[in-house]
Design a protein around this ligand. Structure first.
Ligand SMILES: [Zn+2]
Length: 74
């Protein structure tokens, strides 16, 4: 029983540490690279690009997708 309790404590600590680390991560936005402060896990996918709500809303994601498409076809 002692072992098990110690193990549970260790796991709870690891989980808290992971959550703390997770909170400091930027989101996966490929347009602003997280600079606009989008919430991680709340990204949108716009024509293959991962974009935060901000880049989605202000059209940056669409412009970037267009630029990539025209570069690819050039
Ligand atoms: Zn963004």
């Amino acid at each position: 029983m002692r072992l098990r309790t110690a193990n549970n404590k260790r796991r709870a600590r690891a989980k808290r540490a992971f959550l703390r680390y997770w909170m400091t991560l930027k989101d996966n936005c490929q347009v602003c690279l997280g600079e606009k402060g989008g919430v991680r896990g709340n990204e949108n996918r716009i024509r293959g690009l991962v974009a935060c709500d901000y880049c989605h809303a202000d059209g940056s994601a669409r412009r970037m997708a267009d630029a990539i498409a025209s570069a690819a076809s050039a």
